[in-house]
Write a protein that binds this ligand. Structure first.
Ligand code: AN0
Ligand code: CP
Length: 316
């Protein structure tokens, strides 16, 4: 593996899932693999799970890790080429990325979309500028349109908990008070569509259609109750509109995940990438009940990251 920016870099999903589960049972099996190597993790946005689980994963492989909150501690970066830098931005990504490429062996980056300019966000301009100029493998810690480390952990969680050969997995939109990226649902859809082991449906109110580049060929069902029928896994997540880009079209509180809604599922396990707003996205009764696997899912972020980092280290 040369980089990890989306499912396209994952290779055989089942193989990667298996590797992650191997690390879960033997965290230090490859303690020597990363000896003498350093991972840099750059954050342009907040993070709890990604920040910590990826550090733990890198350390399990014997790597050193340096975390840099670029948005708060670095110079403000210019990402456009050919501009006269006489404004607020003191440093160009061309130098910043190239310099960090000298310090690290692997570079992780988190950068959220602006949710204003769809074309810019969906071109993945920011992370691609780092890829272009860093000259070392780049790992997405969630970019403008995808969150592949999350999706791999999601697949690991489904693999661990499934009781049938091909479980029914439903991604459902849920309300939220803020405009959130489409990265998590895009990425989850992309991984589930690429994975033969699941039967995948997406449900959301009209107007919340995801970019077909990610959602096709999943089944789309606008009736949430119908979509949930017989589900083995229910993945709850809010996102803002892709069509009316970045907008909140409705707060549709009727879409919040409750125990009542889960009645028609096949005893479904409830997933969410976290952070989750209680009683807005998912009701307390679900998050505190036996159907919720969100904490186990977040725990699996370590093993997903460790599988990815080990594949990159083996390549170098
Ligand atoms: C972010 C999102 O929805 O993309 C990060 C999730 C991992 N969530 C929030 O900003 C609440
Ligand atoms: N799920 C996830 O990526 O969480 P953080 O934003 O806290 O890293």
């Amino acid at each position: 593996m040369k980089q990890f920016l989306s499912v396209a870099d994952a290779g055989d999903i089942n193989k990667l899932v298996k590797l992650a589960l191997n690390y879960k049972s033997k965290p230090f099996a490859d303690k020597a693999l990363g000896a003498g190597k350093t991972m840099g993790m750059i954050f342009l946005n907040p993070s709890l799970r990604t920040r910590i689980s990826t550090q733990v994963a890198a350390r399990n492989l014997g790597m050193e890790v340096i975390v840099f909150n670029l948005d708060k501690e670095g110079w403000q970066l210019e990402f456009e080429d050919g501009v006269v830098m006489n404004g607020n931005k003191a440093e160009h990504v061309r130098e910043a990325a190239a310099v960090m490429g000298q310090y690290f062996d692997i570079l992780g980056i988190r950068t959220f979309p602006g949710l204003i300019n769809k074309a810019e966000d969906y071109s993945e301009h920011f992370i691609n500028q780092f890829v272009k100029h860093a000259g070392i493998p780049v790992v997405s810690l969630e970019s403008a349109t995808v969150h592949p480390l999350q999706s791999l952990a999601d697949a690991v969680t489904i693999r661990e908990l499934k009781t049938t050969k091909k479980p029914k997995v439903v991604l459902t939109w849920a309300p939220h008070v803020k405009a959130l990226p489409q990265a998590v649902p895009n990425s989850f859809a992309q991984w589930m569509n690429a994975w033969d082991d699941v039967d995948f449906t997406i449900t959301h109110p009209e107007g919340y259609e995801l970019d077909e580049k990610f959602s096709k060929p999943a089944k789309i069902e606008h009736d949430q109750d119908k979509a949930l029928e017989g589900a083995d896994f229910v993945y709850v997540k809010n996102w803002s509109s892709y069509q009316k880009y970045g907008q909140i079209l409705s707060t549709a509180s009727g879409w919040m995940m409750t125990r009542k809604k889960l009645q028609h599922t096949n005893n479904a396990k409830v997933m969410h990438c976290l952070p989750v707003r209680r009683n807005v996205v998912i009701a307390d009764e679900v998050l505190d009940g036996p159907e919720s696997v969100v904490v186990q899912q977040a725990g699996n972020r370590v093993w997903a990251a460790q599988a990815v980092l080990s594949e990159i280290l083996k390549q170098r």
